[in-house]
Design a binder for this molecule. Structure first.
Ligand SMILES: [Zn+2]
Length: 381
């Protein structure tokens, strides 16, 4: 979190993006400002067309009708880029998180220079096609990132200590922010999805990896070295199979897509390549030798990750997403029993929402990062 270093204007914009439209009074209270300072902060932003006053709302009772402040949908355009090992996904969105245009391209050269120039050309092409020039770029990838700027390690690209944000800014002239993909996704879900207004809010993703993002008061918890939420290798069941780096029965070994496919292939005596999660979840396959056990154990591992997270954070809401939610849907009872079994006897149950997953969400998460970056520049007027 770096909320302390932001200007008042940036904080006002970020609040209106992450919480939605609100009255001057509510905004001032949220930012801890007097009515006079709130007015002084907001006025230049209204004059610049970044914030607009919505038509008056009758609140009932005595007093003037309230006019809510909101970020103007046309005030900014941001680009969000999600990098995978072999593909790049890109979107342009407005400040309300609405996707204006999208694209995806194969990632052939994966060195940092080639990826930088590919991102620059994709962003330029989207700008031409949409007629909207982006104000900032956000990039998300399955990696630890420090200070929204430097990719510490991205094993799938062979990167170490890559100053990606600076490279993109040099190539495009635009401000850029980089973050771990799950953290960025959590942002988008907290600002534009089911997590809006919930604090703390937690997102758990199940798929190629297992990760989580925690958002407190509209701000994501990144951790000191960018690794907060790296729960994938936590031990779940020491009698389980090992992950690719040798942990017996870690969450990733049991509940990642690759882990599930590997264990199922062993039971079925076939090649991993012949299987998919979707195929394994079909009723015919689930009756097959050992597949049901593998899937049930995976759902239990997912439940243990979510239940443990709840015990530490006590969030208002947990959203579970990623391609692995099909597994949780199919074994909902196993999953829920595990989550509930980890609940402290005096703690109230926390709602867990399964969110259908579309791959675009990753890029939209990256766009949320770009929006955060935009508020820093735009709010400084
Ligand atoms: Zn592991």
């Amino acid at each position: 979190m770096d909320g302390g270093g932001r200007s008042l204007g940036a904080r006002a914009l970020l609040s209106l993006i992450s919480v939605g439209a609100m009255s001057r009074g509510d905004l001032g209270e949220r930012l801890g400002l007097s009515p006079a300072t709130t007015t002084r902060t907001v006025r230049p932003l209204i004059e610049a067309g970044l914030i607009e006053e919505q038509p008056p709302v009758e609140v009932g009772g005595p007093g003037r009708p309230t006019r809510l402040l909101a970020v103007a949908p046309n005030s900014a355009t941001v680009a969000g880029i999600k990098l995978t090992a072999d593909r790049l996904y890109a979107v342009l969105t407005d400040p309300l998180g609405e996707v204006l245009i999208d694209d995806s391209l194969p990632l052939i050269e994966t060195d940092a220079e080639s990826v930088t120039s590919l991102i620059a050309s994709v962003v330029m092409r989207l700008a031409e096609r949409s007629g909207r020039r982006p104000d900032a770029i956000g990039i998300s990838l399955g990696a630890a990132v420090v200070g929204r700027r430097t990719v510490v390690v991205a094993a799938f690209l062979g990167w170490r200590d890559v100053p990606l944000a600076a490279m993109i800014t040099e190539a495009t002239g635009l401000p850029c922010a980089v973050a771990n993909d799950v953290r960025a996704f959590a942002y988008a879900e907290a600002w534009f999805g089911a997590g809006r207004g919930k604090s703390p809010f937690a997102l758990v993703t199940l798929g190629a990896g297992i990760g989580c993002g925690i958002v407190v008061g509209g701000e994501i918890l990144s951790g000191a070295k960018g690794a907060a939420g790296s729960v994938g290798h936590l031990p779940v069941d020491p009698t389980g199979p090992s992950c690719e780096i040798g942990h017996p029965g870690c969450a990733r070994a049991l509940a990642s897509t690759a882990g599930i496919l590997r264990a199922s292939a062993e039971h079925l005596g076939c090649a991993v390549e012949e299987l998919s999660l979707e195929r394994l979840l079909s009723p015919g396959m689930r009756r097959g030798s050992g597949v049901d056990d593998v899937l049930r154990r995976a759902a239990l591992a997912a439940g243990r990750v979510v239940g443990t997270l709840i015990a530490y954070v006590d969030p208002e809401l947990v959203v579970v997403s990623g391609e692995g939610i099909a597994l949780v849907e199919a074994y909902r009872e196993t999953f829920e029993k595990e989550v509930d079994g980890l609940r402290h006897w005096a703690a109230a149950p926390v709602p867990v929402l399964l969110r259908p997953f579309e791959f675009d969400e990753w890029a939209r998460g990256a766009a949320a990062l770009a929006l955060e970056q935009w508020t820093v520049v735009a709010g400084d007027r």
